[in-house]
Design a binder for this molecule. Structure first.
Ligand SMILES: *[C@@H]1O[C@H](CO)[C@@H](O)[C@H](O)[C@H]1NC(C)=O
Ligand SMILES: *[C@@H]1O[C@H](CO)[C@@H](O)[C@H](O)[C@H]1NC(C)=O
Ligand SMILES: *[C@@H]1O[C@H](CO)[C@@H](O)[C@H](O)[C@H]1NC(C)=O
Ligand SMILES: *[C@@H]1O[C@H](CO)[C@@H](O)[C@H](O)[C@H]1NC(C)=O
Ligand SMILES: *[C@@H]1O[C@H](CO)[C@@H](O)[C@H](O)[C@H]1NC(C)=O
Length: 359
């Protein structure tokens, strides 16, 4: 049996090893297209639980062919395994960003996110970054702020920043709190010194504020564990109220008294006027009904042959009266008038007896 190799054998074995190294390197070279540059400037654009990976790539290297990109992520615990499981989020995307929001990354997890360039069926090497949402994700300002005034105090209602399913971010950041900056805004527009306070509740009252003063408020979210702080909300302003000064109360009282008096006066005048109008319309004591005055066509006869106490009467032909006032009922004649006058075709309406008194 052979115990050692000849020189020739050893040289050929060495050559075989060398050539297999070279062929392995060559294979790697063709697989990754050493010329194809990977993406650069990887950056995680984050807000609450919205995570978007952005990168850059020089298109001029690709000529007219358009490059695409593939983005994958894996939990760092996966990477310790022999065959780590990479999850593809964006495959062959032509943009320069990839939204990982819906990938269900755990807020407290630690991930590796990687991206490669694909061009003409070949791929660049991967470029990767570490990503831990709890540590790296930016926090957003309160999703809503509302101000209210109750007397001389100022109420602030804060709505927590929200994660991508519209739930409070306090679920992810238990120690989330708010920094409230507020200041007086005088009429002349000059701002005054700002005051700052912090709170972890969402409804609070500022009681040490001046009455009848305009205040402006800006709020930001903060979390101290990874020293996170959001941008400030846009300023919101509101005017406080307060105790009404005595002279104002007196003035209001005086004004309401005067207006009450005026209203009563107007009412009295109005009802007096109305009374006269109504009286003139329905009980025309002094005047004839208008149709008698207007109807000049019918010859009317003034009769004054009755007793002294009887009023002057106007006698018109039957036709005229029937036409103008068919409602006049001959049967309603007072008992004092005899039937002969009626037989002459003269109708004497009862109201005539009363109304002609003034003529
Ligand atoms: C995440 O934010 C980006 C912009 O920063 C936006 O285009 C995208 O729609 C957001 N994603 C979700 C799921 O809201
Ligand atoms: C891409 O492939 C096509 C043929 O498949 C070839 O003509 C072209 O030159 C290639 N482009 C690059 C940049 O390699
Ligand atoms: C969250 O709220 C916004 C507006 O209030 C709405 O457009 C969006 O669809 C909501 N998203 C979810 C997941 O409920
Ligand atoms: C948002 O918060 C709710 C409640 O804590 C949680 O169930 C949900 O998974 C969260 N969504 C994201 C995208 O983190
Ligand atoms: C926290 O961040 C702010 C800027 O956002 C910085 O000024 C401050 O020094 C940081 N504090 C610590 C303890 O890192």
């Amino acid at each position: 049996p052979r115990t050692f190799w000849s020189i020739e054998e050893m040289v050929s074995a060495r050559l075989f090893v060398n050539s297999s190294w070279i062929s392995l390197l060559l294979w790697l070279h063709t697989e990754t297209e050493a010329g194809l540059t990977p993406p650069h400037d990887l950056f995680m654009l984050t807000l609450n639980t919205n995570y978007t990976l952005t990168w850059d790539w020089d298109q001029s290297a690709a000529g007219s062919d358009s490059a695409t990109f593939t983005v994958q992520y894996a939990g760092n615990h996966q990477l310790k395994k022999r065959n780590p499981k990479w999850t593809t989020v964006c495959a062959e995307t032509s943009g320069r960003s990839c939204d990982l929001t819906r990938s269900g990354l755990n807020y407290l997890g630690l991930y590796t996110v990687r991206v490669q360039t694909n061009l003409n069926g070949s791929h660049s090497v991967w470029k990767s970054i570490q990503f831990c949402p709890d540590k790296d994700a930016a926090i957003g300002p309160p999703s809503k702020v509302r101000l209210g005034v109750s007397g001389s105090t100022l109420d602030i209602f804060i709505t927590d920043p929200q994660n991508s399913s519209n739930n409070s971010m306090k679920e992810q950041l238990h120690k989330l709190y708010y920094e409230i900056v507020y200041w007086e805004q005088p009429e002349d527009g000059k701002g005054s010194m700002t005051m700052t306070m912090t709170t972890d509740v969402t409804i609070l009252t500022l009681s040490e504020v001046e009455p009848w003063t305009r205040y402006c408020v800006q709020i930001r979210s903060r979390d101290d564990f990874y020293n996170k702080s959001s941008t400030f909300t846009p300023p919101l302003c509101i005017q406080t109220e307060g105790v009404v000064p005595w002279w104002k109360i007196f003035l209001f009282f005086l004004l309401s008294l005067v207006s009450c008096f005026l209203v009563v006066l107007l009412f009295l005048y109005g009802s007096h006027h109305c009374f006269h109008v109504c009286k003139a319309t329905f009980l025309p004591n002094e005047k004839l009904p208008s149709y008698f005055k207007e109807d000049g066509d019918y010859p009317c006869l003034i009769v004054s042959e009755l007793d002294q106490c009887d009023p002057v009467m106007i006698v018109c032909p039957e036709s005229a009266l029937l036409e103008t006032n068919p409602a006049v009922d001959s049967a309603a004649l007072p008992a004092g008038l005899d039937q002969d006058r009626r037989s002459f075709g003269v109708h004497l309406a009862p109201f005539l007896l009363r109304s002609a008194g003034g003529i």
